[in-house]
Write a protein that binds this ligand. Structure first.
Ligand code: B12
Ligand code: SF4
Length: 499
């Protein structure tokens, strides 16, 4: 029987996390096929490591997880080279990038299959079919080429998460010691990354979760999440948790149950949520969540303008007023709100695009005035191909298009697009991008993020002092002195390097 090799391309310079996507896939074949993992984050020369397995002739199936940005940088050249050196291997890509950009990937000629969304059933079913020379055309969540045509099979309903096999932590520990995945963050000395639910019930038109999960959400029970975390705590000493769910707090009931279970463990934790959903949580629930160690929550605030929220299909009941009121409300529960904003959405004229940027800058300052501890994360709008959404139609009409060749994705421009810092959208002028970046520099100077544990109080006070005149007088032009300080101190941005 052929073996399975799973590859997690390098995704960050430091603070490596448990590779949860590839761990789910390993769990899906555990006990049926022999498998191994190569983690690009933990290898000096991951390509050589992959080849050392392939040279044995025992591995036929290569599964690669690909998130946009840095993971593409290894996934593309490695896949191409592997296919050239070992032409009998079957190359299978899964994750957010392939689900959104499957055509360009399959047209490359060196990727054989794309898994469309969850791979927990699709991957073992595909390997079974190929191993036994059976047809794979009816396996759900699959995209492949037949001649020149790209074929997509139907999507599977989301799988009950409690019924999935346990993640093979002990086996991972044999390959890469788990302790190396429990990083020091502002939450704790040994922070574990855990993914407790998949998808999200909303359809924001700028978000890649939508084409992947199509407005569906399924969660593990509070009890199951607690048991997994307790296992990692007892065995490897984890003392803090980063929940990587797109939307951890969808259910107040599940959150409260989890908070009650985790409270005695005295662990600090962080997760992502929606402002309108959590605004409906009772004071009692929010107090319990804060007491149980939840110190910071990431919210997609996106915009203070109700019109733009509508343009982004934010859905739900979120409004600009609610964003401000909720930042204020969280103060009394000791939970820090981390608000992300999306600047630079398309508008009919350049003046309107610019007006939106100015509006958001003032809005962010308003939030900082009611709750100065609010952490602000700025993104520039980078389109995702959510077919059929009004916003994506507007984007195409404005002349934007994605690369036509897979290799183009690893050019510096498209890497910046992925990092949502310079999105190459035709309606954003270089001056507008500069304005956003300059404001960000001044804001991060005046309010350095608390998640950067290397910033001591001397550095914080100094940079805050230097940024104060600019911030208070709204003078953001060419803040070179702050950039120099941030470069010298290697100021870290949570949205790029992890939270
Ligand atoms: C953890 C994470 C990171 C970590 C990486 C951690 C690591 N392992 O090293 C960090 C913080 C470094 C990171 C960074 C970035 N990230 Co990130 N990240 C995530 C996050 C929160 C979790 C990914 C995860 O582990 N999921 C858990 C697994 C179980 O779920 P899954 O990935 O969906 O996997 C299932 C399927 O997709 C499929 N599948 C996945 N892989 C494979 C592989 C095979 C072979 C198969 C068969 C199936 C398969 O099956 C799995 C099981 O069902 C996701 C959001 C999310 N909740 O998923 C964003 C997310 C993937 N990141 C995203 C982005 C854009 C980035 C950045 C590129 C940019 C940014 N500004 O955020 C940066 C770049 C960083 C850099 N270094 O420069 C976006 C992708 C958006 C898009 N357009 O596609 C996401 C979706 C967040 C979002 N909502 O916008 N990220
Ligand atoms: S609520 Fe958040 S995760 Fe859900 S679709 Fe909107 S942006 Fe994406």
């Amino acid at each position: 029987m052929n073996k399975v090799l799973l590859f997690n391309p390098k995704s960050a310079r430091v603070k490596h996390r448990i590779p949860n996507a590839i761990m789910n896939i390993a769990a899906s074949v555990e006990g049926k096929y022999e498998w191994t993992i190569v983690d690009g984050n933990r290898e000096e020369d991951p390509y050589e490591k992959i080849c050392s397995y392939l040279r044995t002739g025992e591995y036929k199936y290569i599964g690669i997880t690909v998130m946009p940005g840095p993971q593409v940088r290894q996934a593309v050249p490695f896949s191409k080279q592997i296919k050239a050196e070992f032409p009998n291997t079957v190359m299978i890509w899964g994750g957010y990038f392939p689900t959104s950009h499957y055509k360009v990937i399959l047209n490359s000629g060196y990727v054989d299959f794309v898994i469309n969304g969850p791979g927990d059933h699709a991957f073992p079913n595909l390997v079974d079919a190929l191993e036994n020379n059976k047809p794979y055309e009816l396996i759900k969540n699959l995209i492949f080429k037949s001649g020149d045509t790209v074929l997509k099979t139907i999507k599977e309903d989301l799988i009950e998460q409690d019924g999935l096999p346990a993640l093979p932590y002990d086996r991972l520990n044999d390959l890469y010691p788990i302790r190396g995945y429990l990083g020091k963050t502002y939450l704790g000395q040994k922070t574990v990354a855990y993914h407790s639910s998949i998808g999200c019930p909303f359809t924001c038109s700028f978000c890649a979760v939508v084409p992947t999960y199509e407005a569906r959400w399924k969660a593990k029970s509070a009890e199951k999440v607690y048991r997994d975390i307790k296992y990692i705590k007892d065995k490897w000493g984890a003392d803090a948790i980063e929940f990587h769910d797109n939307n951890f707090f969808v259910s107040e009931k599940r959150t409260v149950e989890f908070a009650k279970l985790i409270l005695p463990e005295k662990m600090k934790w962080w997760g992502m949520a929606r402002i309108d959903t959590m605004s409906k949580f009772s004071d009692e629930s929010l107090k319990l969540i804060g007491d149980a160690g939840c110190t910071m929550i990431f919210f997609g605030a996106e915009s203070g303008s109700n019109e733009i929220l509508k343009q982004l299909d934010k859905g739900g009941t979120q409004t600009g007023d609610q964003i401000v009121a909720f930042a204020e409300r969280l103060k009394k529960f000791g939970i820090t709100p981390e608000y992300s904003f999306v600047l630079g959405t398309p508008a009919p004229t350049a003046e309107q695009v610019e007006k939106q940027i100015d509006f958001e800058i003032e809005f962010i300052k308003k939030i900082k005035a009611v709750n100065p501890k609010t952490e602000i994360v700025l993104y520039t709008y980078s389109p995702v191909p959510t077919e059929g959404s009004d916003l994506y139609e507007q984007v195409l009409a404005k002349g934007f298009h994605f690369p036509q060749k897979l290799e183009e994705w690893i050019s510096p421009q498209w890497e910046n697009f992925d990092l949502r810092k310079n999105p190459l959208t035709p309606w954003l002028t270089p001056e507008m991008i500069d304005k956003i970046k300059n404001f960000e520099t001044v804001l991060n100077g005046y309010y350095p993020t608390i998640s950067d544990i290397r910033m001591n109080s001397v550095k914080r006070n100094l940079i805050r002092f230097c940024a104060s005149i600019r911030y208070k007088s709204s003078f953001y032009w060419k803040p070179y002195e702050l950039k120099v300080l941030q470069m010298m101190w290697k100021y870290r941005q949570p949205e790029i390097e992890g939270f």
